[in-house]
Design a protein around this ligand. Structure first.
Ligand SMILES: C[S@@+](CC[C@H](N)C(=O)[O-])C[C@H]1O[C@@H](n2cnc3c(N)ncnc32)[C@H](O)[C@@H]1O
Length: 376
């Protein structure tokens, strides 16, 4: 036990030194995640029927609930932010489990449900708890800490969910920030559109992070437990540079360079700024899961998350969503002078406007990876 606690403290020290620790914007204000996250909600909702199918046909609900002494099923949402998306998703999963349970064992009492909401310690958990639906039919608790490490006791969770969270890297790869390294990413803020060396450094960091994530979840999930991951994805062997996110990151880089020429931010600050975001592909995810060895891959597919969009995406609304999810990365690096931060997002909105048609022509690309893993 002492060793476990010591390891956990060492991990805390390591994570606090390097973690990007920039949660989605808290509160309920203009730039809050709670008011600017309908895209992520609608993206994830595209997968709801598939989640229902997995619960109905793949989740051994009777066995899993009866093996718990209190007839309780434990669920967790990893990287939940402040809501409301997490509430809709977790209630949907609970409802789906109840339906399945009633059809499998109609005469048995329903299990109780406990839902853990996880995010980084700096997440606005006050807003999360204050906005929690009163009519929920599960017990709720928050779990603060990085999902790249252990967060739950051994074999204590039956169902894990994570949407639009595991694409966040725990840190920017060291070599990308090192002026002496061939992977130094001067003039860019991401691997998309950068050199292959930079892309390789990001990919290696993602492998470390997903390795840690899968190792921790493998210990926490019971045998037969299911984990659903929804994340940004890209077809095997195709670069995401030509997709709207690639365009956005390039225009953000050119915005920052404009601002450094005008003396609003320093060139050194721009050179050392990179986005800790990684877009995986099915082959890479498969390899990482196989290396872990504790999960069977029940489903892994790319889907088009924007089938619900009728007409065109509005550039300002898109950037408002990006800002609500990413602003912390910018304030951590450039400081929280609202003038500078407002200018970054205002300028990039203007830079993107001429590309509106191009962005909209790519809306129905398959850029969402849906993964269902089962603990074996
Ligand atoms: C874009 S939000 C997605 C929130 C929600 N899942 C949804 O679909 O609307 C990404 C969330 O992942 C969280 N996150 C990123 N890295 C994390 C980590 N290492 N541990 C826990 N949460 C993390 C962020 O703090 C942020 O709140």
């Amino acid at each position: 036990m002492a060793k476990l606690l010591q390891d956990s403290c060492n991990q805390d020290a390591i994570f606090s030194k390097f973690s990007h620790s920039s949660p989605a914007n808290g509160g309920n204000g203009t730039h809050s995640y709670s008011n600017n996250s309908s895209y992520q909600r609608l993206f994830a909702n595209v997968e709801r029927d598939k989640i229902d199918q997995e619960i109905a046909h793949n989740f051994e609900i009777q066995k899993l609930s009866s093996s718990s002494p209190s007839n309780t099923l434990v669920l967790a949402d990893m990287g939940c932010a402040t809501g409301p998306n997490t509430f809709g998703t977790m209630q949907h999963i609970v409802n789906s489990m109840k339906r399945t349970f009633q059809s499998v064992c109609p005469t048995s009492p329903l299990p109780e449900f406990q839902v853990f909401f996880n995010d980084q310690t700096t997440n606005d958990f006050n807003t999360l708890f204050q906005s929690m639906p009163e009519d929920r039919d599960y017990f709720a608790a928050g779990v603060a800490g990085s999902f790249h490490r252990r967060l739950f006791p051994t074999s204590s969770v039956q169902f894990m969910h994570s949407s639009y969270a595991v694409h966040w890297l725990s840190r920017i790869p060291e070599e990308v920030l090192d002026e002496q390294s061939p992977a130094w990413n001067k003039g860019k803020i991401h691997y998309l559109g950068a050199t292959e060396t930079v892309a390789a450094a990001y990919s290696a960091q993602y492998a470390k992070d997903m390795g840690n994530f899968l190792r921790a979840r493998a210990e926490e999930l019971v045998e037969g437990g299911i984990m659903v991951i929804i994340t940004s994805g890209n077809p095997d062997g195709v670069s995401a540079a030509g997709l709207p996110s690639g365009l956005l990151y390039n225009l953000l880089a050119s915005t920052l360079m404009d601002m450094s020429k005008e003396g609003l931010v320093s060139e050194a600050e721009v050179d050392s700024f990179n986005l800790p975001i990684y877009i995986t592909c099915p082959a890479e995810m498969r390899q990482l899961v196989e290396e872990n060895g504790h999960f069977s891959i029940e489903r892994m597919e790319l889907t088009a998350p924007t089938t619900w969009i009728e007409g065109a995406v509005d550039t300002r609304e898109w950037i408002d969503h990006i800002r609500a999810a990413m602003e912390g990365i910018f304030t951590n690096h450039f400081g929280n002078d609202p003038n500078i931060i407002d200018q970054i997002f205002e300028r990039v909105t203007h830079k993107l406007e001429p590309y509106n048609e191009e962005v909209n022509s790519k809306l129905h690309e398959k850029v969402q990876l849906f993964v269902v893993l089962k603990r074996i």
